[in-house]
Design a protein around this ligand. Sequence first.
Ligand code: SF4
Ligand code: SF4
Length: 256
Amino acid sequence: MRRLGQVAKKAALILSTLSAGAVVRAIVSGPASGQVQAGQPEKYDPGKHYYAMGIYVDRCIGCGLCVQACKRENDVPAEPFYFNTWVERYQVPASGETVVASPNGGHDGFPEPAGKMDALRSFFVPKLCNHCDNPPCVQVCPVGATFKTPDGVVLVDEKYCIGCRYCIQACPYGARYLDPRTRTAGKCTFCYQRIVRGLKPACVEVCPTQARVFGELGELSSPLVRFKRMNKVRVLKAHLNTEPKVYYANLDGEVV
Ligand code: SF4
Ligand code: SF4
């Protein structure tokens, strides 16, 4: 198994030797099709950044704009079941089981539930790859195609991916899929093609309620650090020690 340090070195090497467009095509699974604005990706130094995302659960209105923007920006297959980010609706009834639904990943919003439900609480939870600091998907990849960049983003190099699906099985968050067009693993990249240009991920950019916060973990002035400081945050499935870097504020105890 390839050691993480070597993998990071590989990412740094790729980043330092290729043009920005080639960087993205070389290390990001699935070419971006969105309108990425100008920036200076050739000046981007991955060693100087460390990214994470925060989500205010109580701000999410389940509009699905983030899911739509993500599909456009990252050329995610249009069919349902292929999502880099998706939104789940939790309905906690007065009695009985919590109902979790995500029709078409929340892409088209959430229709009213059929029938009447005596929900005590109902809320939306946006989900995506957690860009884990201790990512099992990286550990199981037999060819080193999935790797963690020095700036803390987990990517797939589709040139090396053999489509064995080990990473899909290993991810406890259901954050990966096999792209039917390339037969390689697909997932959220934090919109790497945008962040090397100093832009926010598309989902963060379009969210009308600013439910999503993106930023640097190591920078005191970062909105992400402020988000973590000002809120009681939780990560998903903390007990698995994957060390997720997507932090949730105001997350209901029903969500594990
Ligand atoms: Fe890998 Fe899944 Fe963690 Fe993303 S959430 S880094 S795909 S284990
Ligand atoms: Fe929730 Fe914002 Fe996504 Fe709408 S765009 S579903 S409010 S996270």
